[in-house]
Ligand binder design. Structure first.
Ligand SMILES: [Zn+2]
Length: 65
């Protein structure tokens, strides 16, 4: 059984750059001039969502940073 690849939402910034956001740990993992440049950073992202999730468990959303 293979894990499906993570899909990273992209967020356009006021200065014309793009952020890639990890859907699991919610970190901004990269900021680049174009969306296409975000790919390598997405593939290299070492996600620690399990650790983050354990820290967040039971806490309200608004303190999730
Ligand atoms: Zn992550």
């Amino acid at each position: 059984m293979t894990a499906s690849p993570r899909t990273f939402p992209h967020r356009p910034n006021m200065d014309g750059t793009f952020d890639a956001i990890c859907p699991d740990c919610l970190k901004t993992i990269a900021t680049e001039d174009t969306e296409a440049l975000l790919g390598p950073s997405e593939q290299n992202h070492a996600c620690n969502a399990i650790e983050v999730e354990s820290l967040w468990r039971g806490k309200p959303f608004y303190i999730r940073q």
